[in-house]
Ligand binder design. Structure first.
Ligand code: PMV
Length: 336
């Protein structure tokens, strides 16, 4: 995989657009919670319909730092998380000006889709280019990871493998295959119209689950299995492994101290329906991140059949059908 070296920009304003991603192998538990160094590798696919666009400008005229997301100024704790990345960029680039960050998501904020992956990857690219820093793909992945672990994977095009590494310099994502390699689909089946519950709490208590050690022991085999299934386009193998992984993540959450229950009635209903429909030849596989909504992974040929079935279920509020897509990109469509 070639490194993406970004051209130096002479402007102090830059805009990036970045996708959310669905984890086939989940990041759960942090070895270092300041730097988001994980206990295990993870694997994901970018989602083309779940995008964040972020414009960053450094300007000597800005008296204070401003962060606006979907039209509103961010609350102090969330703003500090963004400014932590901005400060790292200032440190690396030597730019000491005030900053304005404006960001918007193209997916409903109440759809339970994690916006931290798309948000921090877009911030890492827009911020570094706005400060005239030239970062490689690996360096961008590291910077995005410090904002939110899963953001390290959104930097990469298509299908990504975040290797846990041993320290800040060695924990970053790299490509398994580009977005055009396999026409997989992810139908996000929204069964809960709520802000996504924070994954931070889950990471924090992951180690208290009695199954944590067993998971770590089994994970390497499953991770290599998922990567092999992507490379060989073995859909049935991929599906089997991602369902095991999703169930295991949620069992870990439910058996942590305190326990966390992300599923609702709709989640269980969709899981059961998917298994039943497979018996009659309509093949999809489920996975869930830290929320109730179900991501159904299927082949392109089955999207409309599955979608029309989902829409008939009373628990389903709406669905979003995604294809794999490129990672974080620059755009000249600035938000201000
Ligand atoms: O990047 P975070 O801290 O929001 O953690 C993401 C956790 C999961 O979505 C549950 C799994 C993953 O790897 O994306």
């Amino acid at each position: 995989m070639g490194k993406r070296i970004l051209r130096r920009s002479k402007t102090s304003k830059a805009t990036a657009v970045s996708p959310a991603n669905i984890a086939f192998i989940k990041y759960w538990g942090k070895k270092n919670s300041k730097l988001n160094i994980p206990f295990n590798d993870s694997v994901s696919m970018n989602l083309d319909k779940c995008l964040t666009t972020t414009t960053v400008e450094f300007n000597p005229r800005f008296r204070s730092d401003k962060v606006i997301v979907d039209g509103k100024e961010l609350a102090e704790d969330k703003k500090l998380r963004v400014l932590n990345i901005i400060d790292l960029i200032r440190e690396k680039s030597g730019v000491s000006y005030g900053v304005k960050v404006v960001s918007k998501n193209n997916f409903p904020s109440d759809s339970g889709i994690a916006s931290s992956a798309s948000a921090f990857s877009a911030l890492a690219l827009a911020g570094s280019v706005a400060s005239d820093l030239t970062l490689s793909e690996k360096e961008l992945s590291i910077l995005a990871r410090i904002g939110s672990g899963s953001a390290s994977r959104s930097i990469v095009d298509g299908f990504a493998w975040w290797k846990k590494g041993a320290n800040n310099a060695t924990s970053f994502a790299a490509q398994i295959a580009p977005e055009s390699y396999w026409d997989l689909r992810d139908i996000v089946v929204v069964v809960e119209k709520m802000k996504k519950k924070s994954s931070t709490e889950g990471h924090g208590v992951a180690l208290t689950s009695p199954f944590f050690k067993t998971r770590q022991k089994n994970l390497q085999r499953r991770t290599l299995g998922v990567i092999g299934a992507i490379k060989k386009k073995n859909f049935l193998k991929l599906g089997e492994l991602i369902e095991q992984e999703a169930i295991e993540l949620h069992v870990m959450a439910m058996t942590s101290n305190p326990p966390i229950f992300y599923w609702n009635k709709g989640t269980v209903e969709i899981m059961n329906k998917i298994r039943k429909w497979r018996e009659v030849g309509l093949t999809g596989f489920f996975t869930m991140d830290a929320g109730a909504n179900v991501h159904v992974i299927c082949l392109a040929k089955d999207v409309s059949k599955l979608n029309s079935r989902f829409k008939r279920l009373p628990e389903v509020l709406f669905t979003i059908s995604n294809k794999p897509c490129r990672g974080t990109q620059l755009t000249n469509k600035h938000l201000f």
